[in-house]
Write a protein that binds this ligand. Sequence first.
Ligand code: HPA
Length: 274
Amino acid sequence: MIDLKFKYSELIGKLFNEAPFEPEIAIVLGSGLGNFAERVNAVKSIPASTLPGYPVSTVQGHQGFIHFAKYENKKLLIFQGRIHFYEGYKLSECILPAFIAEQFKVKYFLLTNAAGGINPDFTPGDLMLITSINAISLKKELAEFFGAISLEQKNRFLDFPSKEFNKIIIESSLDEKIFLKEGNYLFGKGPSYETPAEIQMYAKAGADSVGMSTVHEAIYGAVVGMKVSAISTITNLASGISKNKLSHSEVIETSKFVEKKFERLVKRIISNVD
Ligand code: HPA
């Protein structure tokens, strides 16, 4: 049995000691979206490397910081840098941002990521609100993880995405006149980008976008009762759909290009939550 509270007791103790306030909203910043942390008022920034047991992300565009920040008097917990399954970490490590948010009794949990576009209506630079996830390739690990952790209450109905939070996000996009696409996000284990044949199969399975993060954090967050929603930045067309060779630098470049739009949307979402 993995007791997460025991496993991460030192880390949580240190965070509780350093926390300047009790955050209401937690945000995980995806690949290339880390600069958002500098656009809000950081009250306390803690390098992940100073937290005992916090895995250090090895991916470019994923600075490892946890920020306690404020925007329009809303108290935020921002994860700049995430822990990926393809880096070889276990699920109990990949869900750490969700676990930390849970310990702080955060109400709203917003996940963001970079994803490849499969839906032919998508173009790089689009933002996509996730309406459902396909985590089929992770079922074995999820069953082992959730079977092994001591959750007080195991909820079999996956309440993700949160209807209430998605409504706030859609209203925020309308307020900002940002065209928010919607669709299914499919989790690929990586570590490499998909092959064209895999993308053909995923398209047939109804996937609109593909990426290598988010689903485990979303599932953990929803199971423990947070209101969880997620937004993808379509940074590239998925393998075989695009004529160009996929690269992490393309992902980072497109994120830079959508940064302003992303910032406006997320700030409006923060303003609009109660
Ligand atoms: N595939 C998987 N993950 C990704 C992609 C992609 O095309 N783009 C950004 N993250």
